[in-house]
Each structure stands twice: as C-alpha cells, then as structure tokens.
Ligand binder design. Structure first.
Ligand code: AMP
Ligand code: MG
Length: 365
C-alpha cells in the first residue's frame, strides 16, 4: 500500500530551522516502489560506490558494485558481517559471469544454461578484475544470475556486477519483504520494494573448483534437479549438515568452505527449538526450555500441542510453499513478542533438505 512514506521531501521553505539548528536536510524516501525513476536512482547510487537493497527471487539483497572496494566495505559494515564470509556476485547473464570469473569450466556453462536465471550460485576461480574483498580474500568467487525482473533491471541499468548478500544484519532471519529490510537495516539509503520474494530462501551454492563439485549450501534450487545434472555432486558431511548445536570459534568458521554453513545463522530473536516429527505433546524438559509466551511453526495441524502455544504459524505442507513463507513466519513470530519458538522438524525428504538445514541453523546456539 501507501504506507511506505517514511521521510518525504520537505519543501525548501521548511528546511531551515535557525532557531534550533537541529534539523538537517531531509533525506529522500528510503523505501520506494519500483519505477523507472527509482531504478535510475538506485543505479546512480551504485555507480557512486554506494549501496541499495533490491528484491531477488530468493531474498532481498543488499547490493553494491562488486568492482568497488568502498561499496563492499559498506556492505560488510552495514550488515555487521564477519570479514571472512564472502559475498555472492550477481550479474545479468552467463556471459558476464564468464567474463568476471578467472576460469569458466564446461560444467559451469552447462549449469548456467540449465538453471540461470535462477537460485543457483556457482563458485569458480576469481578473475583479476574482482577485488579480493568480495571473496573475503579467497582465490575463488561466487556468481549468480537472479531470476527476478527488478534485480535484472537494476543489473542492466547500473551496468555493474553487484555483490549482494541478504539485506539483513548478519546471522538474523533473511528479509523476504522490503519492510523486513527496513526494520533490520534502517541505515540503507534506498530499498526498492518489489513485493515479497517468490522463493523465500537463499540460493543453492555449488563449488565447481573441486572434483567432484561440492554442495556448499542447500537452497532454493531443488536438490533433485541439481543432482539430475550433477550426479557426482558431493553433499556436505552429515555432521556438518546436521549441525552439532555449537557455533564454533571464529577460526573454525573461517575454515569452513561455505560460511553460509556456519551453524548459527538465519536465527530469529526468540530461541528456537526443534520438535521431533510425530511429537504430540511437550516433554517436561521442553516445557522448561521454552519460556512462554511460545510460538509454534508447523506444516501440519498439531491439535494436541496447540494448547501450549500462544501464536501458531501453520504453513503449507508443500516444501516450496513452506519455504516461500518460512522467513516471513519467523519474522511474524518474533514481532508477536513470543519468548520462544518450537518448530516441527521437516520430513526426512530431499525436497525439504534446504528447509531442514535453515531450521537446524536457526535452532543452533
Ligand atoms: P549470503 O550472501 O548471505 O547468501 O551468503 C553467501 C554465501 O555464498 C556464503 O555464505 C558462502 O556460503 C557462499 N560463498 C560466496 N562466495 C564464496 C566463495 N568464494 N567460496 C565459497 N563459498 C562462497
Ligand atoms: Mg545472509
């Protein structure tokens, strides 16, 4: 709706307050609908090495020129992102990806042909034109062509590759609406509002610099489709994928190939606990661990459990529909003021792989 006018341009006559001297020049509106004008404003910011937030089909991104160390520094600073966590570079097409990369294997082109634009990120050697800062000092880089008309329009209008991690404070729940971005990162100069993100969880990340290729992060691209084209894809070791519940030291995290896999990530403010599938009531231990008021996140009705909960988010039983609403549901639970959240463990099925991964990380502490 029209509820996005946070700061409106002030007429020149109202700008001066010599009495107090406290009012500075008004900033322009932060959260704006997508239009040719707002796209041009965003592109101009990006060309000045500044940042802006924009929708992709996965989550909202905080973008800055991938060729500008100043812009990349700004992204890390705004997010409070640890400097060892590399950024994904977004480009308008596979040709642009191949040009930026320091090597473009045949399998990269095959995957690009099949899945781009789309929620698949490819890790390849980093090209000489790309600052090491983008990749947190690594000799590799991550590339993706997003399948969202606004992201593609912005990439084309700016004429730049855009480093764009999720537009939220590091470790918190990723934003799937422009309002989520504004509440997590109020200092972002411009947020293009393109509505809710259709897929709702981050891209799948595949490392093509190893033989066989390795899955670094399960994500919005169905694993089944990826395995059909990459049957030798190496899945993360069970221990890492299942998470041990300990976040590990910064050094341990830095050593991980994919920092998106650090255990504590994607977490709501309220502590989140996983319920075993088939659990029909809370154990005394869980009752003690889950301070009221409690929130419940589930994909099926749990009538016997419901009495323990003040706020219930029952999402669709289909994994893609569930993923699309997962982060928004976690934001709603947090906003409702619950002190703890219980989430039903997803079915042990390939189609729920990425969701199970996100919930385990949200639950780790
Ligand atoms: P985010 O931007 O928060 O979605 O996270 C980006 C994720 O992409 C990182 O956390 C890593 O998992 C992955 N990534 C980006 N660049 C690289 C790289 N050069 N090598 C390995 N993984 C990468
Ligand atoms: Mg993120």
């Amino acid at each position: 709706g029209r509820g996005c006018q946070l700061t409106r341009p002030t007429p020149a006559s109202a700008r001066e307050t010599p009495e107090t001297g406290t009012v500075s020049l008004p900033s322009r509106q932060t959260l704006v609908p997508v239009s040719p004008e707002s796209l041009a404003r965003a592109a101009a910011l990006l060309r000045r090495d500044e940042v802006c937030a924009f929708p992709t089909e996965t989550v909202y991104g905080l973008g800055g020129s991938a060729l500008s160390p100043a812009a990349i520094e700004r992204i890390y600073a705004l997010k409070g992102r640890p400097k060892y966590n590399p950024l994904i570079v977004h480009v308008a097409d596979a040709q642009a990806a191949a040009r930026l990369a320091g090597g473009w294997p045949a399998v990269a082109q095959q995957l690009a042909d099949r899945f781009w634009p789309g929620p698949l990120t490819l890790v390849v050697p980093r090209g000489a034109a790309v600052p090491a800062l983008v990749s947190a000092g690594r000799s590799t880089m991550a590339l993706r062509v997003p399948a969202h008309p606004v992201a593609l329009a912005l990439l084309r209008t700016a004429g730049l590759p855009l480093a764009a991690p999720s537009a939220n404070r590091s470790e918190s729940v990723s934003p799937t609406t422009a309002a989520h971005v504004l509440s997590s990162l109020p200092a972002v100069p411009l947020i293009l509002d393109g509505g809710p993100c259709p897929l709702g969880i981050e891209s799948t990340v595949v490392d093509l610099t190893t033989v066989p290729p390795r899955l670094l992060r399960s994500g919005a691209l169905p694993l089944r489709a990826l395995l059909a084209l990459l049957p030798d894809l190496e899945l993360p070791p069970a221990a890492q994928s299942l998470g041990t519940g300990s976040a590990g030291s910064a050094a341990e995290q830095a050593a991980l190939a994919a920092p998106g896999m650090m255990s504590r990530h994607y977490a709501p403010r309220a502590p989140l606990w996983l319920l075993a599938p088939g659990q029909t009531s809370l154990t005394p231990a869980q009752l003690a661990e889950l301070p009221p008021p409690r929130g419940l996140l589930t994909y099926k009705p749990l009538p016997e459990l419901a009495a323990h909960f003040h706020q219930v988010e029952q999402l669709a039983p289909d994994p893609q529909a569930f993923a699309a609403d997962l982060y928004a549901a976690l934001h709603r639970l947090d906003d409702s003021g619950v002190a703890s959240i219980a989430a039903l463990t997803p079915p042990p099925d390939l189609d729920w792989h990425a969701i199970a991964d996100r919930l385990r990380r949200a639950a780790s502490r």
